[in-house]
Ligand binder design. Structure first.
Ligand SMILES: [Fe+2]
Length: 276
């Protein structure tokens, strides 16, 4: 087997914006591809429109979850601002788009052949939503989550997450392995996270994007070093036996001590083993 290094966390702020051709548009558009599934075409992207960008109304087959990172735009009848979330079903007409100030979005598409709900979701300002339980803090005193979209049929859940306590820890001294696909994008703050690929801890900062395939990419032993830490999570539970909602998952956390790692059990993070 060839030597491999970290394939889990991408520093997207170090990536170059690539030009994006958009039909029936004026102004410039740019793209960064964060992950892709070659088999079904699913992608996670950053898409940026320069100030003054305009696009005529069109129809897309792609079901998409999108979150506005910067700027804003008029999007048909909808107004997108920083912290707007929108789920757009497939086969939907959207636009016209008009962005005076420019707009940067985090975008997740679903692959070919995957079912997705026909009802759109629009949350103009995610900040206005109330906090729900966090996996490691069900009272949401030090860490909290907001569920932006959860669909049991397709197994997709999108969440907004914040940590407010400096030194807050998740899975202290242990690492876990998910049986579902997990993606996250760091909006703000910083935290250390263990990464089995390199027997060490990676600092996640604004722009860090993680993509963990089911049964791969063991991680944990998290330590928050800058607050608030804000993240967008998107998980795909279609392969999973775990509960999708946070309250039920939190109740099962203790079970992980007795389960084998391959079935989602937690194991200790051990110091790197090397003799020169
Ligand atoms: Fe995780």
């Amino acid at each position: 087997m060839p030597k491999r290094t970290n394939q889990t966390v991408l520093e997207t702020s170090l990536m170059r914006w690539e030009p994006l051709a958009v039909k029936n548009s004026q102004g410039k558009a740019w793209i960064k591809t964060l992950s892709k599934d070659e088999e079904n075409g699913a992608r996670t992207l950053l898409i940026k429109f320069d100030p003054g960008f305009k696009q005529e109304a069109t129809t897309s087959n792609l079901p998409m979850d999108m979150f506005v990172l910067e700027g804003g735009m008029q999007y048909g009848n909808l107004r997108f601002e920083k912290d707007t979330f929108h789920y757009r079903p497939g086969k939907t007409q959207f636009g016209p788009i008009d962005s005076t100030e420019g707009c940067t979005r985090l975008v997740f598409t679903l692959g070919e052949g995957r079912e997705s709900p026909a009802e759109p979701v629009f949350i103009q300002d995610v900040k206005q939503m109330s906090w729900g339980a966090d996996l490691f803090d069900v009272t949401a005193a030090k860490r909290g989550r907001k569920t932006l979209r959860m669909d049991e049929d397709s197994g997709i859940v999108v969440r907004f997450h914040e940590t407010w306590e400096l030194g807050s820890r998740g899975l202290q001294g242990v690492q876990g392995l998910h049986d579902y696909q997990e993606e996250y994008f760091t909006l703000e703050g910083a935290f250390w996270d263990y990464l089995e690929y390199v027997d060490g801890h990676m600092l996640n900062v604004a722009g860090s994007y993680g993509c963990r395939a089911p049964h791969e990419c063991s991680h944990g032993d998290t330590l928050t070093t800058v607050v608030p830490t804000r993240l967008i999570f998107r998980a795909d539970y279609s392969t999973s036996k775990e509960p999708m909602n946070v309250e039920d998952a939190a109740k099962k956390l203790d079970d992980k001590k007795s389960k084998p790692h391959s079935e989602g059990g937690h194991i200790p993070v051990v110091p790197p083993d090397f003799t020169e």
